[in-house]
Design a protein around this ligand. Structure first.
Ligand code: ADP
Ligand code: MG
Length: 338
């Protein structure tokens, strides 16, 4: 008799979770990305014990239909893409259909969702298993409550760093998601304390102010450099306002926070010799381009992105910054707006 057999769904979900859900911040990222894809205008994230005890993401997006609630938690189920062509033209942050199944497999998850503001569904899962489903009431939108993350995967618990580090990672991911979506109001509360708040008034500089503070944001320069294929704009700090690492350079591509070494270096290059050695600016660079020219299907967490024309985009960024810095009038932009 053969020895090869299919794994139980719960186990294969847990294995998949290992790739996408490394820590509490990964849960926050996946849930908030779902809220953004659901066209929410307000996203409230409430966490306890750096997310180890609970993570709640509440949005006013379009909600999940009652019939779809259980389907949404199955592996590889998504409403975002349907065919191979869609895969090379992804306009949403999610598309793999893995996150909810993965998160449910390693936590106790409760979803409360409504598509019409009249009837709502509340469903509870424990380690992938649906334990309760009932009708409820709430306004249009979705609340996902994730408790006791990694309760059934003790090995993974060991990789979680100190609560302090985990909280910093959550703040960091909410910051970047917020900077990618100035049109959405984000609020992060940890044990009753407000850590992040952005107004959602679609002003990137004010969003930056909500994250790095008004002083920094109001002393940044604005630039734009576009061509028919790429629309690039952003804010960057004065050469004397720097940090000791590159992590204050945020790249947003079509609303998605990405990591890309070449483009990060392009920002630094734009300053030429104006930066001190081993000092890096604060910058938020917003890149808009045809989604079919981006291959985001590189890594499960989708942060590392391959671009077909990296060198050219890098040049647009560094030239744009260089040009703005060379202008005589070195008065930071739009101070009046803050
Ligand atoms: P993906 O985001 O890759 O599609 P997920 O597992 O994260 O996969 O979510 C599965 C599906 O559940 C989504 O495609 C979407 O239809 C639905 N969904 C998840 N979260 C929300 C939400 N906050 N609001 C509305 N629909 C949601
Ligand atoms: Mg998703």
């Amino acid at each position: 008799m053969g020895v090869i057999h299919e794994l139980p769904v719960e186990l294969s979900n847990q294995i998949a979770a290992g790739e996408v859900i490394e820590r509490p911040a990964s849960v926050v990222k996946e849930l908030v990305e779902n809220s953004i894809d659901a066209k929410a205008t307000q996203v409230l994230i409430t966490v306890q014990q750096s997310g180890m005890k609970s993570i709640e993401v509440n949005d006013n997006g379009k909600g999940i239909a009652a019939d779809d609630v259980e389907v949404a938690f199955l592996p590889h189920t998504t409403s975002k893409i349907s065919n191979g062509r869609d895969l090379f033209n992804v306009k949403t942050l999610g598309f793999r259909g893995e996150a909810l199944a993965s998160i449910a497999s390693i936590s106790k998850l409760t979803v409360l969702t409504s598509t019409d503001g009249k009837s709502a569904v509340k469903a509870k899962f424990s380690g992938s298993e649906l334990v309760k489903k009932e009708t409820f009431a709430r306004s249009i939108g979705t609340t996902m409550l994730v408790e006791d993350i990694f309760f059934n995967t003790p090995a993974r618990l060991k990789y979680v760093k100190s609560l302090h580090t985990e909280l910093n990672r959550i703040v960091d991911i909410v910051d970047r998601l917020a900077m990618g979506h100035p049109e959405i109001s984000f609020r992060l509360i940890h044990e009753g304390k407000d850590l992040v708040w952005t107004s959602g008034n679609n002003n990137l500089q004010q969003t930056i102010a909500g994250i790095y503070g008004r002083t920094i944001a109001s002393h940044m320069f604005q630039f734009q450099n576009s061509d028919p294929d790429y629309e690039i704009q952003g804010f960057f700090s004065k050469p004397d306002t720097t940090r000791s690492n590159r992590s204050y350079i945020s790249l947003i591509l079509n609303g998605r926070y990405i990591k890309n070494f070449q483009l990060t270096n392009a920002v630094v290059r734009g300053y030429g010799s104006k930066l001190m050695v081993a000092r890096y600016p604060i910058a938020v660079i917003d890149i808009k381009m045809d989604p079919s020219l981006v291959d985001i299907n590189v890594h499960p967490t989708k942060q590392e992105v391959r671009l077909s024309n990296e060198g050219h985009i890098g040049d647009l960024i560094s030239d744009g910054i260089k040009k703005r810095l060379s202008q005589q009038n070195l008065i930071p932009d739009a101070v009046k707006n803050l």
